[in-house]
Design a protein around this ligand. Structure first.
Ligand code: NDP
Length: 450
């Protein structure tokens, strides 16, 4: 019966392979849940969940530094508001299209349900590429983008945040434009700088959260990060703070990457080297290849699109933290990692592992934390930022970090317990989907057919 629904999703949403992939994974793993709860079938909960409540697509015209007109496409997917206002990031990347944003919005619904904070699911962005643009161009784009988006969002309606290509700079420009158009200060965006309503620990939250989630998985086997060799991909927000927290907990990170290639530093990326990466990526906006010029202990390998695997994952290690983008671990990569004795994969990125790769990890009893559970620390701390804004208050670093840590422990427990309840102990994919789904499904049942 779920196969029939999956086929109809594919037919109704052609040319959206990432959305199909995300739906298929959820439908497959929910089978034992649906068997126990036929009432969800008759209420057509799944049919309703795969259909966004609202899709917004718009033109974003802006003037570049040469005075030429550029035109991009903007999107906001308001996927599900059963348990709270739509919440989810904005992605600015040339690859952005409707299918990618719908996969992200769909996953966000389940993820947000796990956070213990009342937040619905949404996602948005544009095919605009901030790379190589001046600050002035980025500002003009962000202002034009918000000149349309502002009428669809609000602190109790839809609260966007950052994602790939959207960091503190972009959030600042968009917040300024929203405030000007609405003539009111509200916590309509999260990921703001501290001076104007941001939360301490929000920049760190996704990376820290993914490492905390991994720590909980390790504890189920009486293990810890001490002395563990770790592979991290990406070198943006999530990768940077994943590296910082692993270092603090006694592990050693030996890789980082960007879309041009990756570095392998056998000596480990310690706090000083990480400070260099942060300056390189967040201030100078340079390439990760420069790391190998600065540190001779590192080897840089340029990306080779003709390969059907990513050599970053072929280095022998204990733990892996994919933190760049979707489908960056192929089935071949997953098999290589298993052959090399990997014991833990905690996904900072969204859907970084292809479905065959996920099956390889699960079959081989790797502690595998899917993105919708492992990277939920970011949106959780966005929820904490909303709470602080709502009461015009700001909490200390320790307070936010403690809350984040406790939320990650709770997300792990929900996923772990649900996997056990539905008869597949240790299967965090089933556990996260089942626990997130049940919360949203019960809320939808209570609210009637809307
Ligand atoms: P950033 O833009 O800060 O960093 C993204 C990193 O991934 C960069 O190193 C980038 O390289 C690399 N990357 C992006 N696209 C590709 C690609 N197609 N191929 C190879 N490398 C790529 O984004 P974030 O760190 O915020 O996001 C990383 C992942 O984490 C995404 O999957 C995002 O959805 C997920 N995530 C982020 C959250 C957050 O709070 N920021 C919350 C939850 C999930 P380059 O610089 O060359 O583009």
């Amino acid at each position: 019966m779920l196969e029939e629904l999956y086929q109809s999703v594919k037919e109704k949403n052609p040319a959206q392979p990432e959305f199909h992939q995300a739906v298929e994974e959820v439908l497959e793993s929910l089978e034992p849940v649906i068997e126990k709860h036929p009432e969800y079938r008759s209420a057509k909960i799944l049919e309703r969940l795969v259909e966004p409540e609202r899709l917004i697509m718009f033109r974003v015209p802006w003037l570049d530094d040469k005075g030429e007109i550029q035109v991009n496409r903007g999107y906001r997917i308001e996927m599900n508001s059963a348990i709270g206002p739509y919440k989810g990031g904005l992605r600015f990347h040339p690859s952005v299209n409707l299918g990618i944003l719908k996969f992200l919005a769909f996953e966000q619904v389940f993820k947000n349900a796990l956070t213990t904070i009342p937040m619905g699911g949404g996602k948005g962005g544009s095919d605009f590429d901030p790379k190589g643009k001046s600050d002035m161009e980025v500002m003009k784009f962000c202002q034009s983008f918000m000149s349309e988006l502002f009428r669809h969002i609000g602190p109790n309606t839809d609260v966007p945040a950052g994602d790939i290509g959207v960091g503190g700079r972009e959030i600042g420009f968009m917040f300024g434009q929203y405030k000007k158009l609405r003539n009111e200060w509200t916590g309509v965006l999260t990921g703001k700088a501290l001076q104007y309503g941001g939360s301490l620990i929000r920049p760190e939250a996704t990376g820290y959260g993914s490492v905390y989630f991994g720590e909980e998985m390790l504890k189920t086997r009486g293990d810890s990060y001490a002395g563990k060799i770790c592979l991290v991909s990406g070198s943006g927000n999530v990768a940077q703070y994943t590296t910082e927290k692993i270092n603090l907990l006694g592990g050693k990170v030996v890789t980082l990457s960007d879309s041009s290639g990756y570095i392998y530093d056998e000596a480990g990326i310690d706090a000083d080297k990480l400070a260099y990466v942060m300056e390189l990526k967040n201030v100078r906006r340079g390439r990760i290849s420069e790391y190998a010029e600065k540190y001779p202990s590192a080897v840089y390998t340029p990306r080779d699109n003709s390969l059907d695997y990513n050599p970053l994952w072929a280095h022998k290690a204990d733990c892996a933290f994919p933190s760049a983008t979707q489908n960056e671990i192929s089935a071949k990569d997953a098999q290589t990692m298993v052959n090399n004795g990997i014991i833990l994969v905690s996904e900072g990125a969204n859907m970084p592992t292809v479905p065959e790769g996920v099956n390889i990890f699960i079959e081989n009893k790797v502690l595998y934390g899917p993105g919708k559970a492992a990277n939920a620390g970011g949106v959780s701390t966005s929820g904490l930022e909303m709470a602080q804004n709502a009461v015009f208050s700001s909490w200390s670093r320790e307070e936010v970090d403690n809350r984040l840590h406790n939320i990650m422990i709770s997300i792990h427990k929900q996923a772990y317990d649900a996997a056990e309840f539905y008869g597949q102990p240790g299967n965090y994919v089933l556990g996260a989907n089942a626990a997130g789904f049940r919360k949203v499904a019960d809320a939808m049942m209570a609210q009637g057919v809307v």
